[in-house]
Write a protein that binds this ligand. Structure first.
Ligand SMILES: [Zn+2]
Length: 278
């Protein structure tokens, strides 16, 4: 795979002379003004002026930083990146990598928990909402248990306080005890556009308030930059997205075959989220 091939995953490109042309993903247009030069490995849009190399293209379209873009490209091309020097950036990247792992483990932990006898209240709720097993699996819907069940499981798994607290899934109280943020709630993992779990939403199963709580923003999660369901919807149709209010709206429409649906995560849409919608 040559580097410039990376553009193909996002749009259709047609050869014209030495260059390739396609519809620009950064502005709305009907005739192609987005060009890619395989020789120079750069792109330029004659419509909106966007331009750069493949790394800046990936940064812009995925809404990620330079290091993440390089990692993503390396991953796709099956290239192992050399280990970086030990500096602040690297430490942040390492923490991020661990938080992703904490989230991945937690999504699985909550999902499995949904099928245990402890989750009766959640099982009744999903039954009432007529969610099928396929849907529960597709969205990895789960159930959070008591006091510090998740914390105990994370520690047992070898995770350290630093990444556990950064994930926002566990808080430390004034007595120094670690308490799970989500208890007795129906759990919705929130994924980024690449399908990595970056946060959670938890719904109460009784009358207590608030009805929903969400993960705080952290090294891997920024509300305005993500949409619930986008990782699923982008496989269907990137140009037409239906925006609905909440997780359950996305999930029930998805179950009825309407799959290009997303929900914002509690804040107004930002420039970055808008890229995917125009
Ligand atoms: Zn453009």
């Amino acid at each position: 795979m040559t580097l410039w091939m990376s553009y193909h995953g996002y749009m259709q490109l047609k050869r014209s002379g030495r260059n390739y042309f396609g519809l620009c993903p950064f502005h709305n247009e009907k005739s192609p003004s987005f060009s890619v030069s395989p020789d120079k490995q750069i792109f330029h849009c004659f419509g909106c002026g966007a331009g750069g190399n493949v790394i800046s293209f990936i940064m812009k379209i995925e809404g990620i930083n330079f290091i993440e873009a390089v990692q993503l490209l390396a991953e796709r091309a099956n290239i192992a990146l050399p280990t970086l020097q030990n500096n602040a950036d690297t430490q942040k990247e390492e923490l991020k990598a661990k938080v992703y792992k904490v989230n991945e483990f937690t999504a699985d932990f909550y999902h499995k928990n949904l099928y245990t006898p402890n989750a009766k209240i959640a099982q009744e709720y999903v039954k009432k909402r007529m969610l099928t097993n396929d849907t529960l699996k597709a969205f990895q819907i789960g159930f959070s248990g008591k006091f510090n069940e998740l914390y105990t499981a994370l520690k047992k798994q070898g995770f350290e306080e630093k990444e556990i607290l950064e994930s926002g899934l566990v808080n430390r109280n004034d007595n120094g005890e670690y308490i799970d943020r989500y208890r007795n709630r129906l759990m919705f993992p929130i994924c980024d556009v690449r399908g990595r779990v970056i946060a959670f939403g938890g719904r109460v199963l009784d009358d207590s308030k608030p009805k929903y709580i969400n993960s705080p923003e952290n090294v891997v999660y920024s509300k305005g930059r993500n949409l619930f369901g986008l990782n699923v919807a982008k496989k269907v149709d990137l140009k037409k997205l239906l925006i609905v209010e909440g997780y359950m709206d996305v999930i029930s429409l998805h179950q009825r075959g309407i799959k290009n649906v997303v929900a914002p995560l509690g804040t107004a849409l930002t420039r970055t989220t808008r890229i995917f919608i125009t």
